[in-house]
Design a protein around this ligand. Sequence first.
Ligand code: ADP
Ligand code: ADP
Length: 235
Amino acid sequence: EAFVDFRDVWLAYNDELLQQGKFAVEAIDLKVARGEFIAIVGPSGCGKSTFMKLATGLKPPSRGEIRVDGKTVHGPLKISGMAFQSASLLPWRTTLANVMLPLEIVEPFRSELKHKRQEFEARARALLARVGLAGYEDKFPWQLSGGMQQRASICRALIHEPQLLLLDEPFGALDAFTREELWCILRDLQSAQGFNVILVTHDLRESVFLADTIYVMSKSPGRFLLKREVGLPRP
Ligand code: ADP
Ligand code: ADP
């Protein structure tokens, strides 16, 4: 069975728009196989962010069904991690403390956290080392470059070992050189850990470099026009 399964999913943002038949995304059928990396590309306003809100369970569909790991999604998904265009690290926390933040927020971890603190900290340090941030654990966000902040935000998204990583233009604000460096880091992480990725991007080159499958969304209304399997050999 597919890991993520959108079945004829439609979303209108409110009742008025629904009555007018104005949908932000329409008739979305999409399956993500276990371990697959997909990219969604399309112009601004086509419905990419809306798709992400649906995929994380932040918005229920107006019609259709979304299943993740065999279960219908009701409400925010606990098995996903997210990173966005802005790294949005908390300025008063160190890099390490930012990466560990999700472990402190997720309720089931709370009581566990006390005796597992060391294990979690070791995991955070290992992730930071993996993305080239060893030695920056105790620095604050303002002491890091944009690319370093973004690497830390990807570590934060991966700290609870999610099965699904959702990336909304995570490299959009970076210079071309830093961006390509992060592409390689992301590919390494994914081939080592095997999580699923849904990446939203404006950058076709990025989607070809990273994804197994590319979905092209049309301007408006948001529908998938084209599915393209890239099938490049993985590193
Ligand atoms: P991006 O360019 O990153 O895809 P947008 O600029 O389209 O983001 O949207 C930014 C935020 O504004 C989104 O969270 C979206 O929900 C909200 N938004 C976008 N369009 C509208 C709209 N027509 N009415 C209300 N909110 C909107
Ligand atoms: P993208 O991420 O591709 O830029 P969005 O998903 O943000 O596109 O937007 C898809 C459509 O939904 C656009 O027409 C946008 O104006 C509309 N939209 C997005 N967010 C909202 C919102 N909160 N309320 C009403 N309309 C919205």
